[in-house]
Write a protein that binds this ligand. Sequence first.
Ligand SMILES: Cc1cc2nc3c(=O)[nH]c(=O)nc-3n(C[C@H](O)[C@H](O)[C@H](O)COP(=O)(O)OP(=O)(O)OC[C@H]3O[C@@H](n4cnc5c(N)ncnc54)[C@H](O)[C@@H]3O)c2cc1C
Length: 309
Amino acid sequence: MGIMRAFFIYLSHRRELEGLFMKFAPTRNLAMRFVAGETLEDAINVVRELNEKNIFGTLDHLGENVTSKEEAIEAANEYIRILDEIERNKVKSHASLKLTQMGMDISFDFCYDNVRRVVERAAQYNNFIRIDMEDSSYTDRTLETYYRLHEEFGNHVGVVIQAYLYRSEQDIKNLIEVGANVRLCKGAYKEPPDIAFPKKKDVDANYIKLLKMLLDAHEKGVHTAIATHDERIINFAENYIKSNEIPDHSFEFQMLYGIRRDLQLEIARKNYTMRVYIPYGTEWYPYFMRRLAERPANVFFVVKNLFKG
Ligand SMILES: Cc1cc2nc3c(=O)[nH]c(=O)nc-3n(C[C@H](O)[C@H](O)[C@H](O)COP(=O)(O)OP(=O)(O)OC[C@H]3O[C@@H](n4cnc5c(N)ncnc54)[C@H](O)[C@@H]3O)c2cc1C
């Protein structure tokens, strides 16, 4: 792992620095390129604008690793508001949440009941909740939560697999058996070399391998969200989809708000389903640090702006 990447992931855990970064105009401005605003209303407006361009949304209320039950319950309530507002405004969007925001650090059962409330509401609206994947200490608990919810609510809930983990191939085999809806991403956390590929080229190769497994399983009801900005992988996916006649309803492309908008539009214009992950809220610090870790050039942007006066 590059030093810069490790450094920003380290910073993402140093929550005491949050206040400093949030007040500092250049970092704040850059963060706002990746975040749709502070309120749900801001976020719904962004979804509406994207929908006009044939792009779908998945809304994320920023927040993770909450330590009190009150905060976790409030986070679940906010997701219920998200689902209500999507319905009321008739915009095309799902929602994505993190289990540590729903109280996973407090207790499994408490978290389960909390997230279940959200998924139940999504099912009522015939909508969908994606459970994001966090660092590897949560992988088992996240999959367990997913399987239980999937049993009750079917494909109103989906999960995420990270191509950098060695275990992911086996996890994908298991998920294929239940006809899961899986978002495949590379992985955004810092993981040791005994559980994750340390080299980017191995992560990329594993991504392609897992992607093929998922796409090939469309007959089992598997839905694949191809979540990457990597053009090489996107080109590979397009060719594979065409030559293997993978049906349109069994996959979609996903990218993050503010990253490669040109590519997002290009994919939408080709009439593929293109969905953008849209975070909003005030708790943008750890999310933003992971985005800096992915691309050190973003840091130079902050530094450059420092000298602009
Ligand atoms: C919709 C979506 C959902 C995700 N959900 C999760 C999740 O639940 N759990 C998880 O661990 N990770 C998640 N991720 C993050 C993912 O794991 C990667 O960290 C991230 O997508 C960067 O990898 P990449 O696939 O874009 O490829 P990379 O090889 O890292 O990047 C390819 C190209 O994309 C562009 N790019 C990538 N990142 C940035 C950036 N930050 N700023 C500017 N340009 C950039 C650059 O042009 C770069 O050359 C998600 C990503 C997406 C798109």
